[in-house]
Design a protein around this ligand. Structure first.
Ligand code: MV4
Length: 446
């Protein structure tokens, strides 16, 4: 096992990784920008290294600075966390070239799944259902027209280098196709420096359901069930829950086993998530994320398994600690992502925390790097806390979540806590009756 891990991240996820390391007897190295000198992840780590000025491109994305920090502290491995370097295949490659272990998948797997066209081809070849669409990238507008006629409108043009909704345009009919195709390519070129696009049938009202997976270097792979992440705004998840209120037990096992089989066949190492759209009883693969996810917490709450510990173990070459039948599901979990933002306008609200009281009690977990007197810097993601609640069933979970949201105090700045209190009181949410557009429609009405 590793003796020392460098955590190339900040905030709550850096703490989450530090905690797993500490329980495994692994020493930790924090890296931080000058804006984060007083951050909790720096305080808790055994050692810390300042890697640059506040802008992420000069610090948390600064590859030479991160590798140098690992070298001077004598770290064995680098955990990239979430965001930042976590899905950068070149970084994973450089980490290994410099003699450190990358706590994540191989650069090859990151690359395959980073390109949405090769990702779709790969999982389709291994038996996953995909959205009807073009066979690979579109050659030109003529090719787009031919494909759209075959698929049937509405269609969606997507960037191969995409994800997060950039370079994605709907064409409702033949008259709208040229504009959608041109806009999607332009956006893709501007955002990713790559204007390759492909086409899919546009699904109007799907749920976003993703399966948590784990593979080792000994040919084993398991799934940890699914999460429903449909409650989102502008491609940012707001509330996630496990299990999905939209699935039955048979569907859960079927899609889990199908997804696990794919990662077993490709020899995937580490944690990963396969995302599906789910509509009218059918699953359609959309993307695979080759990293830990923010919402891994709800899966931990319903399985009792420490996913970060498992991720570190498989990176060190150890076999999985669990076979599929050891993984059992208990009750229900919901996560609310709390952002430093105005709950109505969503304007960022950095600043000093004055008064901090997190909720507690049975089955209540708060993952956050906040403390009273902490200054939320303006340079990074606005998510400042995750409230994660478990119950023996969905109703108990909802009652506990309401209680925990009432208790939670974060003073001095605006947060989205009031929004969460409203959302979980909405009949549609209580009934589990929502799709990927529900939150944006709800916010328009208000
Ligand atoms: C789709 C879709 C409808 N039909 N694909 C959005 C970003 C990327 N992850 C895939 N996305 C979508 N792909 C087809 N064929 C609708 C979306 C989509 C979406 C997906 C998941 C969660 C939130 C979403 C919000 C808007 C659109």
């Amino acid at each position: 096992m590793f003796e020392k891990v460098l955590i190339a991240n900040r905030g709550e996820i850096a703490l989450r990784i530090h905690r797993a390391c500490r329980e495994m007897g692994i020493h930790t190295v924090a890296v931080h920008s000058t804006a984060d000198a007083d951050a909790m992840h720096v305080r808790l780590a055994d050692e810390s290294v300042c890697i640059g000025p506040p802008p992420a491109k000069d610090s948390y994305l600064n590859i030479p600075a991160i590798l140098t920090a690992a070298a001077i502290t004598g770290a064995d491995a680098i955990h990239p966390g979430i965001g930042f370097m976590s899905e950068n295949a070149n970084f994973a490659e450089m980490v290994e070239q410099h003699g450190f272990t990358f706590i994540g998948p191989t650069p090859e797997h990151i690359r395959i799944m980073g390109d949405k066209v090769t990702a779709k081809q790969t999982v389709k070849a291994h038996g996953l259902p995909t959205v009807p669409g073009s066979d690979g990238a579109l050659k030109d507008l003529d090719d787009a027209k031919k494909n759209a006629a075959d698929i049937g409108y509405p269609v969606l043009i997507k960037a191969a280098a995409g994800g997060g909704g950039k370079g994605m345009k709907v064409a409702r009919d033949a008259a709208g196709l040229e504009e959608a195709y041109t806009l999607a390519r332009g956006e893709a070129r501007a955002a990713f420096g790559n204007d390759e696009v492909y086409m899919e049938k546009y699904l109007e009202k799907p749920r976003h359901i993703e399966v948590q997976l784990l593979g080792d270097t000994h040919g084993n792979a398991v799934h940890f069930g699914e999460r429903d992440c449909s409650i989102q705004r502008r491609h940012q998840k707001v509330i996630e829950e496990a299990p999905s209120p939209g699935l039955n037990a048979d569907e859960r096992v079927q899609i889990g086993e199908l997804a696990a089989k794919v990662i077993r066949k490709i020899g995937y190492r580490g944690v990963g998530t396969i995302e599906f759209l789910y509509e009218q009883g059918k699953f359609y693969f959309i993307e695979m994320n080759t990293r830990l996810q923010i919402e891994h917490t709800i899966t931990e709450m319903v399985t009792g398994i420490d996913l970060v510990r498992e991720q570190i173990r498989v990176a060190a070459g150890l076999p999985l600690s669990y076979t599929q039948k050891d993984i059992t599901f208990s009750g229900h979990a919901i996560e609310c992502r709390i952002n430093a933002e105005n709950p109505e306008t969503f304007a960022p609200s950095p600043g000093k925390i004055v008064g901090y009281h997190p909720p507690g009690g049975l089955d209540v977990r708060v993952d956050s790097a906040l403390y009273d007197g902490y200054r939320v810097p303006p340079h990074y993601d606005s998510m400042i806390a995750k409230l994660v609640v478990h119950g023996t069933n969905r109703n108990e979970c909802l009652l506990r979540l309401r209680r925990a949201l009432e208790e939670f105090v974060i003073g001095g700045i605006d947060t989205t806590l009031p929004l969460h209190r409203r959302l979980i009181a909405e009949p549609d949410f209580i009934n589990g009756d929502y799709d990927i557009h529900w939150l944006e429609h709800y916010l328009e009405k208000k």
